[in-house]
Design a protein around this ligand. Sequence first.
Ligand code: AMP
Length: 386
Amino acid sequence: MTTVGILGGGQLARMLALAGAPLGLRFLVMDSVADACAAQFVPQLRADYRDQAALAEFASRVDVATFDFENVPASSAQWLAERIPVFPVPSALAIAQDRLAEKTLFRDLGIAVAAYAQVDSRAALEQAVASVGLPAILKTRRLGYDGKGQFRLRQRSDIDAAWQALGAGAVALILEAWVPFERELSVLAVRARDGEFRAWPITENWHSDGILAASLAPARITDSLQRSALDSAQRIANALDYVGVFALELFECDGALLANEIAPRVHNSGHWTIEGARTSQFENHLRAVLGLPLGSTAAIGHSCMLNWVGDLPDPRPVLSSPYGHWHDYGKSAREGRKVGHATLTAPDREQLADALCVVAEGLQRTAQVAGPLARLRDAAPMWDAP
Ligand code: AMP
């Protein structure tokens, strides 16, 4: 009997455990919160990640450890890795936790990124604005997610407000050029312990208030951009000696791709793979960390995932669709909280568009599907010019 330990007990841990059940796996999640949603059907060790006695107990009860939460202190991950196998390796986690280290790695690997500069003081912010230009976006290097810890600067007079907003020097910051992107894409990929690399078809994403609202896969993308995206993801994974699933978030701008960040874990933009791919991101992550053969990442038809943020809508319009799949994370409603998602997986783009219209009208969520629907109905060719 193999037990997989997961640091973090949120919906990603919950979906990992659901995917692991047919593989005969047991799980243990470690999380300090009382209502960790994975703990509704997985044992929980309730403790802080910095609690060494709890980490020791965790290590004694699991065969391998992985993450549902990327901001587990790197020192805790390292402490565990000295005792049990931990994937991804803590050094990869440490780089992904720091936007500056991450952007620098991308640049060193020859992967295009928006102009950026390190900001450690008010004077450095002035200099960064001069070198990066405006508009720009000031971000905390660490612990930012879903658009939190970010401030957009449109003109020089915003510098004061940006500096005040992001901790006035108490935290390390990075200034990035604002990218007037046409769209946001992500590469979901998995790398095995032996270095084998596989990626799912590229996903197109739409955000609302910095939080993922909808994903569409496979994205319509030219062959050359697809190759470039997969090549970037593979080079990053190899450089980090990464094991498991990760997401590389990209901006498409003026026919080229710019890398934004990687998420060193299963990712919200890959939830469609549960029903829309031969092997889900959750199952392949488990296969990778356990050293099992990877499963096919091929898509089954066309999928659109809709995120439920704050509270759950009525499930019936989704459950009534022949292509609908409902995911309730078992969380209480709270503003800005991801409480569930739905995926529609249809045999072709036309049927997906039709089903999406019916479901969105039933849910009164037409704004949320506007982006995916326009893309599905867009007849413009999206192949490489000869
Ligand atoms: P992040 O936390 O870096 O993933 O940023 C959250 C969201 O903010 C992204 O998905 C984009 O929609 C937007 N964003 C982040 N960085 C930039 C940028 N440099 N230019 C334009 N939009 C950005």
